[in-house]
Write a protein of this length. Structure first.
Length: 276
């Protein structure tokens, strides 16, 4: 394949997506590697920011295999084998996707939805599935609503159910489209806790999320991509691409409390966004 996947979790090359004649994103290239943090299990947290309509959701639909790219390829680590270099082209179902509406089955309770998400786990008994669901419900503060239907849940509860569902049915990767929008301060804390629960569970666990809250990108992510319209020959092109990448690990700002240096990065990102 011409690229060594060693320690690579996600490899995106020359990705473009068009709807009909209209190219929405183009020339998207990036690599996310597993960065080992001594004495810590550290999954990766990747934020995608950019002004409205620049193509964040479109990128996510391509990453999760929901739409077929016009050009390019997306590889993820093939964790079904032990070999370090194994990669596979992403297919629908490999990467969990929690969309902006946290879509759930209308006629299933929280418990029933989670049981359904585990339906293909043939190596688990019904009792083991029950145990697993009850553990998650307790860890994620959903025990009390376990027998309620989606219409009886708050936005935050619906979202957490959708996240657990995706953890149950996909592998190590999870894409979340604007997981913080429309949540109150308490629910925002819940999602932050959910992020740390996910990343502390497994070294390969990778969260990719979009947000319009740049502070929440800088606070939580260890890698940040800004999607915007590039300027070519002095003119704005009408497709989204990566206009800036900030590696918070390289800047020595990842996994640290939000401070003055983080505020500086927020300013930089906002300046880039204003121009793209
Ligand atoms: N199914 C579709 N068919 C045609 N055009 C689409 C489709 N989905 C999105 N678009 C267009 O693609 C562009 C990018 O949309 P996308 O939803 O990916 O942007 P975004 O960055 O996620 O925006 P926002 O921050 O507002 O959610 C927009 O111009 C949008 O109108």
């Amino acid at each position: 394949m011409g690229y060594s996947m060693q320690n690579t979790l996600l490899y995106v090359e020359n990705l473009s997506v068009a709807y009909g004649e209209k190219t929405v994103i183009k020339d998207i290239n990036f690599v996310e590697k597993d960065v080992i943090r001594k004495d810590n299990v550290t999954g990766q947290v990747v934020a995608v920011v950019g002004r409205s309509g620049r193509g964040k959701s479109t990128l996510f639909r391509a990453l999760t295999g929901l739409i077929k790219p016009t050009t390019g390829k997306i590889l993820i680590a093939d964790t079904s084998t032990d070999a370090e270099n194994d990669a596979k082209e992403v297919e629908e179902g490999d990467i969990g996707f929690v969309d902006q509406k946290y879509t759930l089955f209308r006629n299933k309770t929280v418990y029933q939805s989670l049981m359904f998400a585990l339906r293909l786990k043939e190596n688990m008994t019904k009792e083991q599935k029950h145990e697993k669901i009850m553990t998650y419900l307790s860890e994620w503060g959903l025990e009390k609503v376990k027998d309620q239907y989606p219409c009886e849940l708050s936005g935050g509860q619906r979202q957490r159910t959708a996240i657990i569902e995706q953890i149950f049915c996909s592998g190590h990767y999870m894409v979340l489209d604007e997981p913080f929008s429309g949540l109150d301060v308490g629910n925002i804390e819940d999602v932050k806790n959910a992020f740390s629960l996910i990343t502390s569970m497994h070294e390969f666990n990778t969260i990719i999320y979009s947000t319009h809250d740049i502070e929440l990108a800088v606070e939580l992510a260890d890698s940040i991509y800004v999607i915007g319209y590039p300027t070519i020959d002095g003119k704005h092109a009408e497709y989204g691409t990566i206009v800036k990448h900030i590696d918070m690990k390289e800047l020595n700002l990842a996994w640290k409390d939000f401070g003055m240096d983080h505020i500086e990065v927020v300013k930089q990102i906002k300046a880039v966004m204003m121009q793209s």
